[in-house]
Ligand binder design. Structure first.
Ligand SMILES: [Zn+2]
Ligand SMILES: [Zn+2]
Length: 143
C-alpha cells in the first residue's frame, strides 16, 4: 500500500526514487548531525541539545520564558534537502540555509535539490524532462 515517489525521465527511463524531499536534523555538542526520522522528535532534540524535553513544549506555550531553548533550537535544528549532482550523478543531503551547495563527492556546484530537478532537462540523456511520478510498490502482485 505504500506509494513511492520518484523523479523520472520519460525519455530514457532514468529515475531517482525519493520517499521524502529531505529530513530534519539536530546538531549535537560535537557537531554531528542526528537525523530525525519523523517529524520534530522532541526527545532526540532535547537529548542532543542537553535541555529538558519540557522546554521544547514550553517554547510553544510560553515563548518568552524559554528564550534560550528557542535560540538553541534555531541554531541547532535544521532541515536537509536531498540533492543530486548533475556532474557525477551522486546524491547527497544539504542544508540549503547553512551548507555550501557543492557536491561532496566531486566538488561540482551544479547541484540541484530533488524538487528543483522537476521540470528540468534529464541529466542522463539531456533530451527528456524530469517529472514527478508516484509509483506504487509491489507491482505485479495478484489481488
Ligand atoms: Zn533521460
Ligand atoms: Zn558530484
Amino acid at each position: 500500500m505504500t506509494n513511492e515517489q520518484s523523479i523520472r525521465c520519460g525519455h530514457c527511463g532514468f529515475h531517482l526514487p525519493c520517499r521524502t524531499w529531505g529530513f530534519f536534523y539536530v546538531t549535537d555538542d560535537d557537531g554531528n548531525r542526528i537525523l530525525l526520522e519523523g517529524d520534530l522528535e522532541s526527545t532526540i532534540i532535547a537529548d542532543a541539545l542537553g535541555i529538558n524535553e519540557d522546554d521544547i513544549t514550553g517554547c510553544v506555550f510560553a515563548p518568552d520564558r524559554n528564550e534560550s531553548s528557542i535560540l538553541l533550537m534555531q541554531e541547532r535544528v535544521g532541515y536537509c534537502s536531498f540533492c543530486f549532482c548533475r556532474t557525477c550523478h551522486e546524491r547527497c543531503a544539504l542544508d540549503q540555509k547553512r551548507d555550501t551547495i557543492r557536491c561532496p563527492s566531486c566538488g561540482s556546484d551544479d547541484v540541484a535539490t530533488f524538487i528543483g530537478l522537476i521540470g528540468t532537462a534529464c541529466p542522463k540523456c539531456g533530451t527528456g524532462t524530469l517529472e514527478e511520478r508516484a509509483m506504487s510498490t509491489g507491482e505485479g502482485g495478484k489481488r
